[in-house]
Structures are given as C-alpha cells and as structure tokens.
Design a protein around this ligand. Structure first.
Ligand SMILES: Cc1ncc(COP(=O)(O)O)c(C=O)c1O
Length: 421
C-alpha cells in the first residue's frame, strides 16, 4: 500500500487539493464502516497475493478461453475501422434501426429459442432494469436467497417487496407464494458462488400453478451449457415456459454487455421502460461485432465446451477423492467452503503459496461464516494443470484443517480419504 501511494504521489500535481468531506458524508461513511467492522479485513481478504506468469488462474469467467481469440479481435478491429465508435447514444433513440445491434438481438433470440431479445450494457443492467420494469410498489418478488445481487438491486429500484425463499427449494417458494401472494420469481440458472444448478422444471411448475412471472438469470450458463451454448432453460426444453431470461456477456462470451430474452411484446415493453435502457449509453458497434464473433466460435468450436466440462469433472472428482465437499457443484464453478473469514484467509494463502489462484467470496456474497474459495474452471487448463491443482489441494488439507470445516462435516456420510494420508 505504501509503495502504491508513493508511486502515485510522484505523478500527482504538486498543488493537489483534497476537498474536506462535509460531516454528512463523513458520518455516513463512519456508520457504513461501523456496520461492517471487518471492512479492512475483508479488503485484505479479497486481495490476496498477486499471481505470477506461471500461476494457475481459476479466477476468470472466460470459461471458453475466448478473451484473446483472433476471430473476436479481428471482428472488433474491422468494425472499428469501418465505423469507429458509431453513434454514442442511448438505445432508446435507435430501437427501430436495423443495425448491427438489432441483428445481434435477433440472432441471440433465435439461438435461445425466443421471439426477441434486447441488448443491455451489462448483465447487471439487464437484471436491475428488468425487475424495475416489470415490478413496482405493491409487487412481490420471490427471490432465491442466493440469487445474484443485481436481481436484489432491481427489487430495490422497483420499490417492490422482496420475499426470499430457501436456496433451490421450490417447495419453500410455493409456501411463500401461498403466504404472500403471487408475483415475480427470480432465480439464477447456475449459481455463481456454488456452481449449483437450479431445478428449473420444478420452478416452472410452481410459477405456472400460481400465475407468477418467472425470471431466470443465465449469465453463467449461457455459452457454456446447452446446444451451441443456448443455456440451461433451452437444454431443459423450457423455453416456452420461462417468461424472461437474462444474461451477462461477460462470462463465456468474455466481453462486457448483457441481454434479456423474452417475447417480442415484453421486449418492446422493456426497451421503453427499463431505466438503464433509457438513461445510459448503449454498447458500441465494435463490441457487438465481438459478441457476434464469440457466438460463431461457440457454435464452431464445441471442443471448448467439451473440454470445459471434462476439466470440471476431473477437478471435481479429484477434490471429492481428497475429501473436499464438492457435493453442490455440478458445473464449471467449484466453491470450497472454508467457513469463517480466518479459515478462508488461511486456505486462500496456503493455496496461493502453491501458485494457484481462485476468488474469495464472503458475506454478503455468501451467508455469514460460509466463506468460499471459488475456482472457475476453464477450457485452457491442461491435464497437468489440474494434476498440479489437485496435488496442491491435497497437500494443504491438513495444514488448513479442512477436515474440521463444517462443509466437510456436512459431506454426506462419506469417509475422508486424503491422498497425503
Ligand atoms: C449470476 C450473475 N448475474 C449477473 C451478473 C452481472 O453480469 P455482468 O458482469 O455482465 O454485469 C453476474 C456477474 O457477476 C452474475 O454472476
């Protein structure tokens, strides 16, 4: 930190003047810190050490290894050379244009078996804008307790009432609907910290029984699951029964942008009602060119998805054999739950000493004392990389006391076998 300050200060203007925070702001910040007494610890906890060139990175959401794909970069450069950044405006003024954005929306809808889609600036904007547009004061939004923060923000933005139901528990959802009435149901198809998939068919049935609107966030499943990456709703044959699907183009598509996918009528409603669509500048044309190229690659190079899932299975099975609780991960996201902040720091540091980097998630992203080290598997991991990860995770098992973690004890009645034992 000191180093950072000194290097920054050398490039600062000598007469830098820092405004004094008025009491109203100083007090607000003091209270926020007081409510999160361990904020400084959390900051340290999230930062960890810095990966080197030979580290094994399992932090990225670039599941299919597309970040530097020459077809994507080529398509973006071509689009930039052709039209520069194009019009820098809110999409509200351009919905009727038959341009690159609109062509992409049609293509995405077609891929996902829907009537239409709307491009958004990010997955976050897609979710906030959607809930804000389809709910309002007096509406109830039944939301999975582990659903993404952007869906929760959408509820706040709408002024709607959030009713949380137990994670992946359609029976609890049904009881909540019986108590609080029908409304919007918001779930993730694939949960970003645990890798847990939602039981989609069961949620669809509850939604239909009670006349609810079903919103499914496919951010982590789009591109990585289903035919040509169309996602889990499509894979389950439920496209005609889910009202809205949302996605970030920031994971398997390895870019920055998002979309909602739905009926033509609802897409049009969203276009003119969702605040982020109205009051924020749209994605740029060369970014859309990159999305198009990514969809081409996802379609043309299925080996990437196959390798992703083979890698996930190999890593998951290996971790299971060591004794880690991977019971809930049935996808490319593997979250190992160390528990307390102290436990996750010890685990994270031990793993990083072996040159392996995951991402720490703790409260409020997880329930309190259920902090997780998340490994996002990707298709560029080699068999040797996975063997290295498994050897490292095996060797730290006793050092970090993983056998005593609550998650290990929860591991369903199975014996612990450490390779190091
Ligand atoms: C489940 C889920 N939904 C939405 C988002 C937001 O997507 P984006 O990063 O494209 O804004 C994320 C990203 O972290 C996510 O994990």
């Amino acid at each position: 930190m000191d180093c950072l300050h000194s290097s920054v200060s050398t490039s600062r203007r000598p007469l830098l003047q820092v405004p004094v925070d008025p009491p109203i702001l100083a007090e607000h910040i003091r209270r926020a810190y007081a409510n999160r007494e361990n904020l400084h610890r959390l900051d340290h906890l999230l930062n960890g050490s810095v990966p080197g060139p030979d580290s094994i990175q399992m932090r990225t959401n670039d599941y299919l290894g597309l970040a530097a794909h020459p077809r994507i970069i080529g398509a973006e450069i071509e689009a930039l050379e052709e039209g520069g950044h194009g019009d820098s405006l809110s999409r509200i003024f351009a919905h009727r244009r038959e341009d690159r954005h609109r062509a992409f929306e049609r293509r995405l809808a077609n891929l996902m078996g829907a009537e239409d889609s709307v491009l958004c600036n990010s997955g976050y904007c897609a979710n906030v804008g959607l809930i804000q547009a389809i709910a309002g004061p007096g509406s109830v939004v039944h939301i999975d307790m582990l659903a993404h923060a952007s869906l929760w923000e959408g509820i706040k933005s709408a002024g709607a009432t959030a009713r949380a139901f137990r994670h992946n528990d359609p029976a609890h959802l049904e009881r909540q609907i019986q108590t609080y009435g029908p409304g919007v149901i918001a779930i993730d198809a694939l949960y970003s910290t645990s890798g847990h998939k939602a039981p989609l068919a069961a949620f669809v049935e509850v939604a239909e029984r009670h006349g609810c609107v079903l919103v499914v966030d496919e951010t982590h499943s789009f591109g990585a699951h289903g035919t040509d990456g169309a996602g889990l709703v499509d894979a389950a044959g439920l496209t005609g029964r889910v009202h809205f699907r949302t996605l970030g183009l920031s994971k398997a598509v390895s870019s920055r942008g998002g979309a909602i996918v739905c009926s033509a009528r609802n897409a049009d409603f969203y276009r003119y009602e969702a605040m982020p669509m109205i009051f924020s500048t749209t994605v740029l044309a060369h970014e859309v060119a990159g999305f198009e190229a990514a969809l081409d690659i996802i379609r043309d190079e299925p080996w990437r998805r196959q390798r992703l899932h083979a890698n996930h299975t190999r890593l998951r099975d290996g971790l299971d054999a060591i004794g880690y609780n991977v019971d809930i991960s049935d996808s490319q996201i593997i979250g190992l739950e160390a528990g307390s902040d102290d436990a996750i720091i010890a685990f994270r540091d031990a793993v990083e000493r072996h040159g392996i980097f995951g991402s720490v998630f703790c409260a409020p992203a997880t329930p309190k004392n259920r902090a997780i080290l998340r490994f996002t598997v990707h298709c560029n991991l080699s068999e040797a990389d996975i063997a290295t990860v498994l050897a490292a995770l095996d060797s730290v098992w006793f050092e970090v006391g993983a056998g005593d973690w609550t998650s290990s004890r929860r591991r369903r009645g199975r014996t612990t076998l450490s390779l190091a034992a």
